[in-house]
Write a protein that binds this ligand. Structure first.
Ligand code: DOR
Ligand code: ZN
Length: 445
């Protein structure tokens, strides 16, 4: 049999196990894993000896800023950065300009990304007070899920009022659509933020930021989401969980049978508030929060990891605390950072594959097409070298944002090839894909 591509001699990694096998690709799909015949051949053969072959890594929380904020990032630069980071699929957030809250804007965003993207992509659809009538059109257009900013963040998007949100969640439940929440409480945040602003302290200070948007802000919001989910039956997801308190509430709700999933990000797992990296919700001071997040990953209270890649210009990021924009770039650094943790024994490579590929694909309705190494699935692979040493330097990032919270950090374990539907998009540190080769993927299509 003649295949398009054969990956030979690699160690295949699934959430359950690691095993030696060859993988054959035909027509953008996985045709076969293991058991090649001696006369099987392919247009291209890649020797993955000594490397691990992971299902394509999914980053289900990025802000590629297209349309409207393309001086910070666009789908071309964002997807190139993702490809260098070993990411084969991204789910992009709707706080662009104009926000992705109507079917028409959603379709326009697909058109833009199709022209520019190097990797596959899907989108979230924004829920706001005035767009209940758009909810059906947004599903038909192919939304992965809805997004609600319960607490205001970049873009100052207001939360729907509770009555509207209740109706929106009832609708989502009836249409089996999950809603992702930015879970912060705006009243708490504004109260403390204005209090600290008045005190005149305006230096970049992560501890102060965490006091201005305290843990209770997350806890109240998560509690609200759980209560609304209980009364509406809607499937819900908590983006970027930062605290032990958030984890406890989510664990309790899962036990009670609420269909709730949760995500955290590398910065909440790896950084301390003292380092002053401005992001919403804020990175916490120690107080067991980081340990709880790691534990929560182990027991599946937190289902998945995503970068929350939120690029801003280096100049803006260096402004005083209350004027600097919130958000950290990260689509290119998640895989090396987490592989470094795998090497350090913090989690297994199988767990990494679960939280960065299969779980996000399942949560957002695109499994097993994405996130799985089985015959018939899209031939998306992240090939990694667990021995490769890498130094993160913000200046060499492929994102437009040349600033990183991890500047100078040395890691062991790095992506060496990014393969999307059987095509090498990044190979040995070179961009091999072409602009526009990425495809829109959704549960509806
Ligand atoms: O810090 C953040 N930045 N948090 C968000 O919720 C949005 C993001 C952005 O878009 O910059
Ligand atoms: Zn975000």
């Amino acid at each position: 049999m003649r295949y398009d591509l054969i990956l030979k001699n690699g160690t295949v990694v699934t959430p359950e196990k690691c095993f030696e096998a060859d993988i054959a690709v035909k027509n953008e799909k996985i045709a076969l894993i293991g058991g090649l015949n001696s006369d099987d051949c392919a247009d291209e053969i890649y020797d993955a000896y000594g490397k691990h072959i992971l299902p394509g890594i999914i980053d289900a929380h990025v802000h590629f800023r297209d349309p409207g904020l393309t001086e910070k990032e666009d789908f071309e630069s964002g997807s190139i950065s993702a490809a260098f980071g070993g990411v084969t699929f991204v789910a992009d957030m709707p706080n662009v300009l104009p926000p992705t809250s109507t079917a028409e804007r959603f379709l326009e965003k697909i058109r833009i990304a199709k022209e520019k993207s190097y990797i596959d992509f899907g989108f979230f659809a924004l829920l706001v007070n005035d767009n209940i009538n758009e909810m059906e059109g947004l599903i038909k257009a192919g939304a992965l899920g809805y997004k609600v900013f319960l607490g205001t963040s970049t873009g100052d998007i207001a939360s729907p009022d509770m009555g509207t949100l209740f109706e929106q969640m009832t609708y989502s439940a009836a249409h089996n659509m999950r809603i992702g929440f930015h879970a912060e409480n705006s009243e708490i945040n504004s109260h403390f933020t204005s209090k600290f602003k008045k005190s005149g302290d305006n230096k970049q200070d992560g501890v102060l930021l965490s006091k201005a948007r305290p843990v209770i802000s997350e806890a109240l919001a998560v509690q609200t989401v759980i209560c609304l989910a209980k009364y509406t039956g809607a499937k819900v997801h908590i983006h970027h969980v930062t605290s032990k308190d958030g984890c406890l509430l989510i664990a309790e709700a899962k036990e009670k049978g609420i269909d709730i999933t949760a995500e955290t990000c590398p910065h909440y797992l790896l950084l301390d508030a003292k380092k002053a990296h401005k992001v919403y919700p804020p990175i916490r001071e120690e107080g067991n929060h980081r340990k709880s997040l790691w534990d929560a990953i182990g027991v599946k209270t937190i289902d998945m990891i995503a970068s929350d890649h939120a690029p801003h210009g280096a100049h803006e990021k260096s402004l005083p605390l209350w004027t600097a924009p919130a958000g950290l770039s990260g689509v290119e650094t998640t895989v090396p950072l987490m592989l470094n943790e795998v090497n350090g024994g913090r989690l297994s490579i199988n767990d990494f594959v679960r939280i960065a590929s299969s779980a996000p694909a399942k949560i957002w309705g695109i499994y097993p097409r994405k996130g799985s190494l089985t015959a018939g699935a899209d031939a998306d692979f992240t090939v990694v070298d667990m021995n490769k040493k890498h130094k993160i330097t913000s200046g060499t990032s492929h994102s437009k944002s040349k600033t990183s919270a991890y500047d100078g950090v040395e890691t062991q374990g790095a992506p060496v090839a990014t393969i999307v539907r059987g095509r090498f998009v990044m190979k040995d540190g070179a961009l091999t894909g072409t602009k526009g080769c990425g495809k829109f993927v959704s549960p509806a299509l």
